[in-house]
Design a binder for this molecule. Structure first.
Ligand code: DGL
Length: 359
């Protein structure tokens, strides 16, 4: 056979082969099955103009609209959506948390679900992420995602956040990493992440500890893994719970005389997180209210309003004498999550202290 027909034959073969490879790579059968559970927030929001990034309405678009607004999702996963709630996340409740946690565990127990993405408002996203980090009973990836601009805004961040959160939830590298938060191309641990800026896309940070990793283009890259126990390694199980123990947070400041502690004790709280000054200090004038609360067997965790650093045991308060729990490096809203779950197991401050060193 002369060279020419052989060359043509080879080129035709290579073309057909490359088509097959391309189809195989993207065929739905080979893509991960990802469930998108929607709870509301800005990522589902709507603004009056294309430059409205504050003063918009959160929690408007249903989950199917979020999915259809990002057709590229079909290239990276087999996605389907469920609407768990439709709320601005400042209105998050124990009821939604328990519904979400139970649904996540049910779905992850299914062989046809490889990972879960949860769309969520950014205000309490860090709380939901830590709660799920402690109660999800699977190694499969769970990724919380939100946005700081509504989809109606120029340079809205939600679509790309959702697309990359879905890639992360289907990534083998994300297995066993605990519940994660992904916005702005940054992958965070649900335990360590917190919202640090009121209104900018780079708001989520893990102060002093840092992210788990980043997206470079559409590729997730991990640089560390969380050391504190999470998901399948915790003792917390919410599957049979219908509510969670009441825990409130009090903020300390100059001239504070403990009125908030008295009110919270009167309201029937089982635990109080004290957001103390400095290294978790409690003011002298608060102690009468503190001692009265402890007579009601209310467990008190010393956290700090400063937001960073470790609240050391027996540092700025005599924890041994007062049976306080030192909150380690959890900020007050995270300490509250752990104390709530701890109180589903015990009211013994010594045992709860061990949990704060562990999770
Ligand atoms: N209302 C706030 C919330 O739903 C908006 C912030 C946001 O979702 O980014 O958390």
């Amino acid at each position: 056979m002369t060279r020419k027909p052989l060359l043509v034959l080879t080129m035709v073969f290579l073309f057909v082969f490359s088509l097959q490879v391309a189809c195989f790579a993207e065929s739905p059968a080979n893509l991960p099955h990802i469930k998108i559970l929607a709870t509301g927030g800005t990522i589902a929001g709507s603004g009056a103009t294309s430059s409205t990034t504050i003063g918009y309405t959160a929690a408007v678009a249903p989950v199917d609209a979020l999915i259809s607004n990002v057709p590229e999702l079909k290239k990276v996963a087999n996605v389907s959506g469920e609407q768990i709630s439709q709320i601005a996340s400042e209105n998050m409740t124990n009821e939604v948390w328990l519904k979400l946690a139970k649904r996540v565990n049910q779905l992850l127990a299914q062989n046809d679900v490889d990972g879960i993405v949860i769309t969520h408002g950014t205000d309490t996203l860090e709380e939901t992420a830590y709660f799920l980090n402690l109660v999800v009973k699977s190694e499969k990836p769970v990724v919380l995602v939100g946005s700081m601009r509504p989809p109606t805004a120029m340079s809205a961040d939600g679509m790309l956040n959702l697309y990359r959160a879905t890639i992360l939830a289907g990534s083998k590298d994300a297995i066993g990493k605990g519940v994660m938060v992904m916005l702005n191309d940054t992958i965070h641990s649900g335990r360590d992440v917190t919202k640090t800026i009121t209104d900018r896309v780079d708001t989520f940070k893990a102060p002093e500890i840092g992210p788990l990793g980043f997206f470079t283009g559409d590729k997730p890259v991990f640089y560390r893994a969380a050391l504190r126990k999470h998901t399948t390694a915790t003792e917390f199980d919410v599957m049979s719970l219908s509510d969670l123990p009441r825990v409130d947070i009090v903020y300390h400041y100059a001239n504070n005389t403990g009125t908030a502690i008295e009110a919270i004790a009167q309201a029937g709280a089982k635990g109080i997180v004290h957001a103390g000054t400095g290294n978790g200090s409690i003011g002298k004038a608060e102690y009468p209210a503190v001692e009265a609360a402890q007579k009601q067997d209310i467990v008190i965790v010393r956290s700090a309003r400063v937001g960073n650093g470790i609240v050391a045991r027996n540092g700025e308060a005599n924890d041994d004498k007062y049976n306080f729990v030192a909150g380690d490096n959890l900020n007050p809203q995270k300490a509250r999550i752990l104390l709530m779950l701890a109180l589903t197991k015990t009211a013994d401050p010594k045992l709860i202290q061990e949990m704060f060193w562990k999770y």
